[in-house]
Design a protein around this ligand. Structure first.
Ligand SMILES: [Zn+2]
Length: 92
């Protein structure tokens, strides 16, 4: 097994680690429900990607949970749409 011949200085070690910092994730709001999502990924909250439903987020839920989730999604959609309208009026 190879063994280091000489000890690296703090300076050498710190210079090596200068590239180890984590970058900030680029997070956007889902255009359908407004929840934070990663770009180019489908939204885990509502299952939408590129303006269409890709997965059924209600499929695995039980009846009670389904109703609650449906309500939640409807509210979020309304909020997201109202935000869109505000931004549209700002732009013009
Ligand atoms: Zn969404």
């Amino acid at each position: 097994m190879p063994v280091p011949k000489q000890r690296h200085t703090k300076s050498k070690r710190n210079r090596r680690r200068s590239h180890h910092a984590l970058k900030k994730q680029n997070i956007i709001a889902c255009p359908n429900c407004g929840q934070p999502v990663l770009p180019h990924r489908l939204c885990g909250n509502c299952g939408f990607y590129k303006g269409r439903q890709v997965i059924d987020v209600l499929a695995k839920l039980e009846k009670k949970q389904k109703k609650e989730k449906e309500k939640e999604l409807a509210e979020q959609q309304e909020q997201a749409q109202s935000l869109d309208m505000k931004e549209m009026s700002k732009g013009s």
